[in-house]
Design a protein around this ligand. Sequence first.
Ligand SMILES: [Cu+2]
Length: 244
Amino acid sequence: MLQWLGLPVEASAQAPSIDRIIVIVHWLMLAIFVAWALFFVYVLVRFRRGAHPRAIYEGTSGRWARAGEIGVVVGEVILLAFFSIPTWSARVDAFPTEQQSTIVRVVGEQFIWDVHYAGRDGVFGRTQLQLVTPDNPLGLDMSDPAARDDVWTQNQLNLPVGRPVIIELSSKDVIHSFTLPQMRVKQDAIPGTEQRVWFTPTRTGEWEIACSQLCGLGHYRMRGFYTIQTQADFDAWLSSQAGL
Ligand SMILES: [Cu+2]
């Protein structure tokens, strides 16, 4: 089934468990589709014009109709209780420690992804709303010593392969949805809150960041790029961005 769905490449350690759910959901939907199609053909023949049926307007109340509805509900409850929720819970419980992770802040705005790295000192500089300008989209406060080595980019997210990544996600204006299809990551960025999402990239590559929340007229061009690279390449890139 997985090959037929045409999903993007699995490039994170968490991708296979998400794909497993996607496959199960598709099998369930296929079963329901086939059952409904068979029922539809049966109804076409059974109540054809030549059989002179008399219409009943109350709707069906037969045993088979009820059994079908109950069957679908039971299937969905099993899917939720035994597959989706345990997968999600395992994902959330396994949150990595900050020491072992690469931590990056991502801020959505109409219609750009602002990316903030803590720089060499590992401490994010203070940001203030009043300081936001086109040249300083994050509102970095340069009077804070921790801010001086910070690195920021727009629509370009670089990450090292093979270790956990924690993205601290927020938004300046409306709800955006930070989406890395190859990582199987999709998380809403909500103004006034900070959402954390984590994953572990397992292969290097260059792909696109999507915004999967209709966030305004320019939503279609809210397109960023992300590059998963070796730790050495990532360190070199970060240094070059910091002007070191
Ligand atoms: Cu958006």
